[in-house]
Design a protein around this ligand. Structure first.
Ligand code: CP
Length: 305
């Protein structure tokens, strides 16, 4: 593959190969000397049109650990603010001869469009409510390292499914590797026709959590909601916030995940987020490793790679 635009289009073999490479990247990242030379002499541009803490910083660290020259494009102070279009911005950056561009954009499909306009490799770091492939890969890596496998696990993805690119990428990946997936949330935050993805749908969180191995919480994305549909925080937490009492419906050794950023007291209690069953910090560490693996895989397909 020249680009990574989504989990859709990756085979189970592609996914397992990336996870194997990411396991090796975890070992590299835990050494005192963390540098490899895979991307030495290569230029990586991080182009984020939406805010990010985890994804942007981990792509920067991943690129630097592989020896790339990494440039973080500051969109807020760029000519995008003067009305330059996505395509013109892409053409401008392309003329500087980067090898890899990492893109986050608020519009679904924008990253695919950009990939058609540039000569280099493109990685989707989140496009609207469409896909966030490296998030799903880092979630899978975290699960595999803790459970030894994905096959046969029962995973519940809970909350604001409607606005979530993380949910979409995870549903595709987890099912490709043989997990069963449930989605839990209020009807107003459930995409129409979600059943077509082969998931079981629950409105009641306690019923949905019964017997699950992995509880994956999602952020309530209030910034993407039309004002009239924003639920009250108190009511949302009561029905869909993961606290110790609701978590007790899952398997006793169920593991809790959240892609971040978390809204404590909205979709998850601090007790659970910081509790013994939480993998949230480990997900962040796996984020760097997965992004190193993706960059290394793309490097093989760069000219002279
Ligand atoms: N999980 C995730 O994508 O976090 P950021 O928005 O902070 O990158």
């Amino acid at each position: 593959h020249r680009h990574l635009l989504g989990i859709e289009g990756l085979s189970p073999i592609d996914i397992e190969a990336l996870l194997d490479m990411a396991d090796e990247a975890v070992d590299v990242s835990r050494q005192v000397e963390k540098k490899k030379a895979t991307l030495r002499g290569r230029t990586q541009i991080n182009l984020f049109f939406e805010p990010s803490t985890r994804t942007q910083s981990s792509f920067e660290i991943a690129g630097k650990r592989l020896g790339a020259d990494v440039m973080n494009m500051s969109v807020a102070s760029s000519s995008v603010k003067k009305g330059e279009t996505l395509i013109d911005t892409a053409a401008t950056l392309n003329a500087m001869r980067p090898d890899i561009i990492i893109v986050r954009h608020h519009a679904a499909g924008a990253v695919h469009l950009l990939a058609r306009k540039v000569d280099c490799s493109v990685v989707n770091a989140g496009d609207g409510a469409h896909e966030h492939p490296t998030q799903a890969l880092l979630d899978a890596l975290t699960i595999r390292r803790n459970r030894g496998r994905i096959q046969g696990l029962l995973v519940a993805i809970c909350g604001d499914i409607l606005h979530s690119r993380v949910a979409r990428s995870n549903i595709i990946l987890l099912q490709a590797l043989g997990a069963r997936v449930r989605v839990i949330g209020p009807s107003t935050l459930m995409p129409a026709g979600i059943e077509r993805f082969g998931v079981e749908v629950f409105r009641d969180m306690r019923k949905g959590l019964e017997g699950v191995d992995i509880v994956m919480m999602l952020r309530l994305q209030r910034e993407r909601m039309n004002g009239s549909f924003v639920p009250s925080v108190k009511e949302y937490f009561r029905y869909y916030g993961l606290d110790a009492e609701k978590l007790s419906a899952a398997k006793p050794d169920a593991l809790v995940m959240h892609p971040g950023p978390m809204n404590r007291g909205v979709e998850i209690s601090s007790e659970v987020a910081d509790g013994a069953q939480s993998l949230i910090r480990e997900q962040v560490e796996m984020g760097v490793a997965v992004r190193m693996a993706v960059l290394e895989a793309l490097a093989r397909n760069l000219p002279n790679g």
